[in-house]
Ligand binder design. Structure first.
Ligand code: PLP
Length: 379
């Protein structure tokens, strides 16, 4: 965690708004996940934060990547060492990239056909497309699993019902495709261990049923969802990891590869946003501060990621109920209606901690406000 004086100095030197990514924290988060779940091979979910330097930092740690689009795929290829770029590298790609979006445009399938990439599917239409355009891909069948209590719910949109999975997998084998394994996602920011435990149990049943039908699966992908601390919340990650470790070892023999696609866990706590008060008014009995980044910008996660971000002041003083809003002309651009802050003036700075996941990646340039400058430190 960068000290407050250092944060302030960086803002004075670089200007605001400023989004600071600390790569020492990224490395520590990766190592922590690896330490507590040593059996897992990790594929960083680029969607959580697609900054090229993050791809590079994680490559050095041995990470793979979960990509959702051809653009993310290309971002990986462009940010790995040049000797590995642009070739048909079956081993490299196999180890390093999983296309974890169950729905892939035909054009994307054509562009990645040569790489024999791992990719997920959850329905027959996708299998038909894959058969025609990417017949050598390694397939991973995504299950619909319980997302109870997760902050971001994913099961309404993705995953085949576990009861239908064996037939779908068998169909893929009949089509001459190669199904490598099963994946699931328990929903993002998941502090409910039951979601993982139920999903592991369902996956194990499917492994057995597929085996009885004469096929062998060799890969289990437990997705993402690993919870991180936000203001006022500190989920019991270590206790969850302990149970997960035990259950994975109980249900899946050592010759099954187990992988995960963490996004939030790797990057959320690695970034801090610094904003500046550019306007001020007194409305509805409280101070309203207009700052130079907001919901249409870096704090887009308020909407898309359902995370309520909070502001801290560098200044001291009696705290009062305040609202903090972004710079655009839309009232939706209200980051928070209930912050406790000292009275601020135009030009004062505020900072937001732990905003490294699902923030800058979904920022827009609405009203012409440019995307916030990114400063990578400890790269
Ligand atoms: C398929 C898939 N994998 C991995 C992730 C990353 O999840 P998390 O950020 O919760 O670790 C997501 C997030 O939406 C996802 O959709």
């Amino acid at each position: 965690m960068i000290s407050l004086p250092k944060l302030k100095k960086l803002a004075e030197r670089e200007g605001t708004p400023l989004f600071i990514i600390d790569h020492d924290v990224i490395r520590a988060n990766y190592e922590k996940l690896h330490k507590h779940l040593p059996r897992l091979d990790l594929y960083f979910a680029i969607k959580a934060n697609p900054v090229p330097e993050i791809i590079q930092t994680l490559y050095a740690l041995g990470s793979g990547y979960d990509v959702a689009s051809i653009q993310e795929y290309q971002a990986v290829l462009e940010n790995i060492p040049s000797k590995l770029r642009g070739k048909k590298l079956d081993d490299f790609i196999w180890d390093k990239i999983i296309v974890a979006n169950t729905i892939k445009p035909v054009e994307t399938l054509k562009q990645i056909a040569n790489y024999n990439t791992l990719m997920t599917f959850d329905n027959q239409y996708e299998l038909d497309k894959i058969k025609e355009h990417c017949p050598d891909a390694g397939l991973v069948c995504r299950l619909r699993v319980q997302n109870v209590g997760s902050v971001v719910e994913l099961s309404s949109k993705f995953g085949v019902e576990p009861g239908d999975a064996p037939n779908l997998i068998e169909k893929a084998f009949e089509m001459g495709l190669s199904v490598e394994g099963i994946s699931f996602h328990v929903g993002s920011q998941c502090a409910n261990i039951e979601n993982y435990l139920n999903a592991l149990e369902a996956s194990s049943q499917i492994f057995k049923e597929v085996k009885q039908r004469g096929h062998k699966l060799r890969l289990l992908n437990i997705g993402g969802g690993f919870p991180v601390p936000y203001d006022g919340i500190d989920p019991p990650f270590e206790a969850m990891a302990k149970k997960l470790r035990k259950e994975i070892d109980r249900l899946f023999p050592k010759n099954i590869s187990v992988v995960a696609e963490p996004g939030r866990f790797i990057v959320a706590t690695a970034a801090t946003l610094i904003v500046e008060v550019v306007g001020k008014s007194f409305r509805d009995d409280k101070w309203v501060y207009y700052v130079n980044d907001g919901v249409y910008g870096t704090l887009s996660g308020v909407i898309f990621d359902h995370i309520p971000y909070h502001f801290n002041a560098f200044k001291r003083g009696d705290k009062r109920l305040s609202a903090v809003v972004g710079p655009t002309c839309d009232a939706l651009d209200t980051v928070s209606t209930s912050e406790m802050l000292p009275e601020l003036n135009i030009g004062d700075l505020l900072y937001v901690k732990n905003c490294g996941a699902y923030t800058n990646g979904s920022a827009t340039t609405f009203n012409g406000f440019p995307k916030t400058k990114i400063l990578n430190i400890n790269v």
